[in-house]
Design a protein around this ligand. Structure first.
Ligand code: F6R
Length: 340
């Protein structure tokens, strides 16, 4: 049985339970942080975070959290190559848990040719073999990439913080806070198990705004990958300009909107959530509001992700599916490898 620091990595529930401790399992080597700080001082013009699936989501969260504070653009890239705007005055962070994902390898090769500062976050694979002399942050092996989110985040966020010149996060403190928040499940908010029971025959539509839009997307992916079930995500205010027109069909389609609420929402955004809730209710559909009070934006991102990751594991149990295996992703990768 594989394990990382005593956590059974073949047990998705154990991995999600370990979310707070995985936040301080690893951190970037001081030499990597030196490269990042020097790159910031050298007049960096942008940061691109490349990766796919479970390896990509921390980039999206980092961007959502730092975009307002950073004076240079932070972009995420989930595709082959890298966009043309990325020049040698940019830093590129390539994240691939396995180190063998073809889109990320392509982004890595393109970034190498472009010649900016290149960081690699991985456990090994082909990317590691081609990363001699580059700043490489090694992740603990043997975890499903999506379950490694806290460990990946604890590497990617500090590197980007240094690259854009903002203060660094104390991950030990964050880990303690996250641990404590679990006690609020089932009190301040419905327990993940109860939410999974209430929505067992429904299709969740996770809706977030700002930093919580990235969490809505993560939740959709976790329901897909862990529970092998259909889920959707949307973002406010954008969804008020299109998605809302489909809400008269939510009831008959079995869709349940799950609103991810933030203490940091502007008054206008709160009004939008309330108005959206009212329009949905007129169409016989009652949204569920998920909210944890008194947290910073960063804490909200992680705490609600942790809670919804557990929802996905509970949903998998209720559906009687194995939350660890991702046979279709493996099959697709195998087919592509054979055809290449
Ligand atoms: C599997 C998972 C996937 C992978 C994706 C990219 O747990 O989350 O979404 O993350 O297929 O693979 P890596 O992360 O190895 O680059």
């Amino acid at each position: 049985m594989k394990n990382v620091k005593g956590i059974d990595t073949n047990d998705m529930r154990a991995m999600v339970e370990a979310f707070p401790s995985l936040l301080c399992l690893t951190k970037p080597d001081p030499s990597i942080m030196t490269v990042a700080s020097q790159t910031f001082s050298s007049g960096l013009e942008g940061v691109c975070i490349a990766g796919m699936g479970g390896s990509a989501i921390t980039g999206q969260m980092t961007k959502a959290l730092l975009a307002q504070k950073a004076e240079i653009p932070i972009i995420t890239w989930r595709n082959y190559e890298i966009p043309r705007c990325v020049t040698k005055k940019w830093a590129v962070i390539c994240v691939s848990y396995s180190g063998n994902t073809e889109e990320t390898l392509s982004a890595f090769e393109t970034a190498k040719k472009v010649g900016g500062t290149l960081f690699v976050v991985t456990t090994g694979g082909a990317i590691l073999g081609q990363s001699r002399d580059l700043p490489v942050a090694l992740l603990p092996k043997g975890i499903q990439p999506r379950a490694a989110l806290p460990a990946i985040f604890s590497i990617v966020l500090p590197i980007v913080e240094a690259l854009v010149g903002v203060g660094s996060t104390d991950f030990s403190k964050l880990s303690v806070i996250l641990n404590g928040l679990v006690k609020r499940w089932g009190k301040e908010i419905m327990s993940p198990r109860n939410l999974a029971e209430c929505t067992r025959s429904l299709v969740p539509l996770f809706i977030g705004s700002g930093h919580l839009a990235s969490v809505a997307y993560r939740a959709k992916c976790q329901i897909n990958e862990n529970a092998k079930a259909v889920a959707f995500n949307a973002e406010l205010p954008e969804a008020n300009h299109n998605e809302i027109e489909a809400s008269h069909m939510y009831q008959e389609s079995g869709i349940v909107p799950i609103f991810l609420r933030s203490t940091h929402e502007s008054k206008r955004m709160s009004a939008r959530f309330a108005a959206t809730d009212a329009v949905y209710r007129q169409n016989d559909c009652a949204p569920i509001h998920v909210r944890l009070s008194g947290l910073s934006e960063l804490e909200e991102v992680l705490a609600i992700t942790h809670y919804l990751d557990m929802l996905s594991v509970d949903a998998a149990d209720i559906r009687g599916v194995d939350s660890v295996r991702v046979d279709r992703i493996a099959e697709l990768k195998r087919r592509l490898a054979e055809g290449s």
